[in-house]
Structure formats: structure tokens, C-alpha cells
Design a protein around this ligand. Structure first.
Ligand code: ATP
Ligand code: MG
Length: 449
């Protein structure tokens, strides 16, 4: 029976069979140390020729990083000087008795633990570079973020839905829409599950979706991808956008606790500092923020419809210093700049009951209360120069009783990047699509970043 790397801890003195990849090989004279990696972790194997049969001795000479091997051996406690408390299996090692090769690997084109590998090389070799400890950690953590998101919402009465990715009309407006040919017609790739999650509020009241979102971003930045993973939710029976904001932060707290409980050793690899998340996350209106920036820095952007990246960064630092929070909500973006489904503030309809959540100085979420009244929604479309006929299908949901509702969209890769303080979102994206790359480079060099 197979033993996983981390299970060796409880099997001192016993014979085990391990299967895994050679993560590293170290020669000490005739003795060979192999770090063996499997799905659960890494364990050190000691290969002493005298302990092995002849065939195994030969194999021990040849195995290199990424070879897949099967090792029968005995688990021993490490000597006091060899112990490594940083490593989950750092108190044991396996003395090999037999070694079989399950799959060979070509010599590696790069050293997986090399800190200086550039972005392009990293991406060109992703099937290999993703195996490095650092990146296995990133995507293990990411998987647990998704699990935490799901688990929390399931306890709060949300139903998970699958929204289509081939859609007829752009939900978020703007130019960043991918057109695709659709048999004899044209369609677009969904920028978000917006319409479908709203329709589903009429069915289930509370819904969420984890799914791919497509944006034809015409620029190369450290925060934009052409395909990202949206963590989306939508909930009915709200009073206003604050209900959605409160739920988001309760969800965030759950996710942070979940990460501590499940991936603490992966977090350690990234020198993770748990984000500051106060009981009540601060919130300010866009105009208040702009006023503050004017007072503190002299920059007057009071008539701008959004914050610039440098202003978001400034506000992130301000929130940390003044409110002891790595998160801050900015609310009340102008009605003219938010999508047509956004609910205007009754007190000042030029501004909306919408919010962005900034995490360590970068937007990770947009959300808010939505129009739930059919006539108001049609009017809002018209005000934006949109033809309600184009949205006939979506509008059906609002004809037949839609409660006051709201929701948000959270970018999984941006959240992961901010959490681990990774400065380019592509390192927190499994297979990033950008201006000049779909897996491999697709564009001529002048398009390069
Ligand atoms: P930005 O202003 O940063 O371009 P946005 O306001 O266009 O983003 P939204 O439509 O509000 O984005 O999407 C909700 C969330 O989805 C964002 O807060 C972000 O976390 C994520 N997101 C949006 N566009 C992208 C993208 N191109 N790449 C990665 N994540 C994205
Ligand atoms: Mg946004």
C-alpha cells in the first residue's frame, strides 16, 4: 500500500512504499539524498548503496529532478542535527531499500527554485514552473480561497449556479468585449455572470457563481487579465448596499480563517502576513476620498468618475495607518459611469449605491445595490443610450417580482495576488491570457510589454 509523504511522520520504524517526483537531489559522497514530492508534501529519502539491491543502485545513480519514482524503505527519526522543524516531515527520513522508476524526465531547462526566472520564461514553461514549491503554494492557496468562498455561502443559504459564458449582449458595457462567431451568427464571451445571477435571484433569492470572465483588455498592466475567475454573488431582500458589503467582509473573514486552518505551510512560503480586517471595515464615498486626497496631497481630482491606480494605492496606505485595515470600501460612484443596472442613491441620484472594495490599495471587488424595478431599469437603460429591446430576455426577470437586491464580483486572481503580496496578477493566475499570450506568445514583438 502506498504511503504519502506526510504520513511517514506516524510510521517511524515501519516499512513504507512512497511514490512521487524527485524534487531535489543532493549527493554526499556515495550517499544520495532525494526530496520526494507527492500530492501531500515532501519527504527526504536517503539512498545508501549498501542498503539497495543492484538494480536499485544503478537507478539511484541516474534519477534526477522530476523523475517519478517508487521507493520502498524504512522510516527513521532524523538525528538531532538533521532535524528541520520548518518542514512538515522535517523530523523523519526514509532509508531506501528499493527504487523503481515510474517515469523519466528530460534534463530541466531551468532551475525551478531559481528566483531570477523572468516572466516570459516562467510563462513559456508553465507546465514545469508550476511545479516549483512557490507556485504549487499559490495555487493550493487559491483552491482553498474558492473552497472558503463556497463553504461560507453555502452556510448562508446561497445556491451555487453555473452561468453561461456565451452571451448575446455585453453586461458591463464598454469596449472590452470579445466577439466570437456563433455558428451563422455572432455572440460575445461573458464579461461576468451579471444578468444570470440577477435573474436567479428571482428563483433562489441568494445565489453565487465561480466562473471564467472574459475581458478584451487593450492594455498590459499588472492587474488585468483577458480571462479571469469571478467569484460572484447576488442576494435578494436587502435594505441597501451595506448588507452586501457586510456579507462580503464576513465571507472574507471566513476565507482568512479557512486559509490559516488548511494551508498554513503554503502561506509561510510566501511570508504571508494575515491582512488587517477590523470588525467594521471603513467606507468612504468617492467624493470624500477625492476631497481627502486633495487636502492631503494637493491633487484635485474631485470631478473624476473613478480613482486612479495611484490614488487607490494612496487610499490603501491611508486605511492601514488611520483605520488599521488592509481593506476599505469606496462607495457612491457616479451614476453616469456605473453600469445601467446600478441603483442610484435616492438622496442624490447622480451617485449610486455601489461600492468598490480595495484590498492593500487595489480594487478587488465591484458591487452594489441593483435596480429591481422593471420601469426604473428600462429608464436607466434609455438614459445610457441603450435599447431595452436588446435586453428583453434579462428584463423578463424584473416583470414578475424582483425584490430589492444586490451583489458583487470579486476577482480571484487579484485577491490571491494581494493576499500574498505578489506584484503581478499573472503570477497568481494558473494560465494567464494577456495582450500577447495564450499559453505561448501569439503576437509580434512590437506588441510586447
Ligand atoms: P478595473 O477598473 O480594475 O479594470 P473593473 O472595474 O473593470 O476593473 P469589474 O467589472 O468591476 O472590473 O469586475 C469586478 C472585479 O473583477 C474587479 O474588481 C476585479 O477584481 C476583477 N476583474 C475585472 N477585470 C479584470 C481583469 N481584466 N483581470 C483580472 N481581474 C479583473
Ligand atoms: Mg470595478
Amino acid at each position: 500500500m502506498r504511503t504519502l509523504s506526510v504520513e511517514t511522520n506516524n510510521k517511524i520504524g515501519q516499512e513504507v512504499t512512497l511514490k512521487g517526483w524527485v524534487n531535489a537531489r543532493r549527493n554526499m559522497g556515495k550517499i544520495v539524498f532525494l526530496d520526494l514530492r507527492d500530492r501531500a508534501g515532501i519527504v527526504q529519502v536517503v539512498g545508501v548503496p549498501a542498503e539497495l539491491d543492484e538494480a536499485s543502485q544503478e537507478k539511484l545513480k541516474t534519477v534526477r529532478p522530476e523523475w517519478v519514482v517508487e521507493i520502498r524503505g524504512v522510516v527513521n527519526a532524523r538525528g538531532a542535527k538533521q532535524q528541520n522543524p520548518e518542514m512538515p516531515t522535517g523530523m523523519v527520513e526514509v532509508l531506501a531499500k528499493e527504487l523503481k522508476v515510474l517515469a523519466e524526465a528530460e534534463p530541466l531547462p531551468l532551475d525551478l527554485e531559481d528566483e531570477k526566472i523572468g516572466m516570459d520564461v516562467h510563462l513559456d514553461y508553465l507546465p514545469l514552473t508550476l511545479r516549483a514549491d512557490k507556485y504549487r503554494a499559490v495555487f493550493k492557496i487559491q483552491a482553498e480561497i474558492v473552497r472558503g468562498f463556497r463553504d461560507y455561502l453555502n452556510t448562508q443559504g446561497f445556491t451555487e449556479i453555473q452561468a453561461p459564458k456565451i452571451v448575446a449582449a455585453a453586461a458591463e458595457g464598454g469596449a472590452d468585449v470579445f466577439e466570437v462567431s456563433y455558428l451563422k451568427n455572432k455572440a460575445t464571451l461573458a464579461q461576468s455572470p451579471q444578468f444570470y445571477k440577477q435573474i436567479m435571484v428571482g428563483v433562489f433569492e441568494r445565489v453565487f457563481a465561480v466562473g471564467n470572465c472574459f475581458r478584451a483588455e487593450q492594455h498590459a498592466t499588472t492587474r488585468h487579465l483577458n480571462e479571469f475567475t469571478g467569484l460572484d454573488l447576488e442576494m435578494g431582500m436587502i435594505t441597501d448596499h451595506h448588507d452586501v458589503m457586510d456579507l462580503e467582509m464576513a465571507m472574507m473573514r471566513h476565507i482568512l480563517n479557512h486559509l490559516d486552518a488548511t494551508v498554513s505551510s503554503e502561506l509561510k512560503i510566501w511570508k504571508y502576513a494575515r491582512p488587517l480586517l477590523p470588525e467594521k471595515v471603513p467606507f468612504m464615498t468617492l467624493r470624500e476620498v477625492q476631497q481627502l486626497i486633495k487636502e492631503k496631497t494637493g491633487v484635485d481630482h474631485i470631478s473624476e468618475p473613478d480613482l486612479e491606480p495611484s490614488e487607490e494605492k494612496w487610499l490603501g496606505e491611508y486605511a492601514k495607518t488611520i483605520f488599521n485595515s488592509d481593506f476599505i470600501f469606496v462607495t457612491h460612484y457616479p451614476t453616469s459611469k456605473r453600469p445601467m443596472y446600478t441603483y442610484p442613491d435616492e438622496k442624490n441620484p447622480e451617485f449610486t449605491k455601489s461600492f468598490d472594495l480595495l484590498f492593500r490599495g487595489i480594487e478587488i471587488t465591484s458591487g452594489g445595490q441593483r435596480h429591481n424595478d422593471y420601469n426604473a431599469l428600462v429608464k436607466s437603460m434609455e438614459n445610457k443610450g441603450l435599447n431595452p429591446e436588446d435586453f428583453k430576455f434579462y428584463l423578463e426577470a424584473f416583470k414578475y417580482g424582483m425584490p430589492p437586491e444586490g451583489g458583487f464580483g470579486l476577482g480571484l486572481e487579484r485577491l490571491t495576488a494581494r493576499l500574498l503580496e505578489i506584484d503581478n496578477v499573472k503570477y497568481a493566475t494558473l494560465f494567464p491570457r494577456d495582450l500577447n499570450r495564450i499559453d505561448l506568445q501569439i503576437s509580434p514583438p512590437e506588441y510586447k510589454q
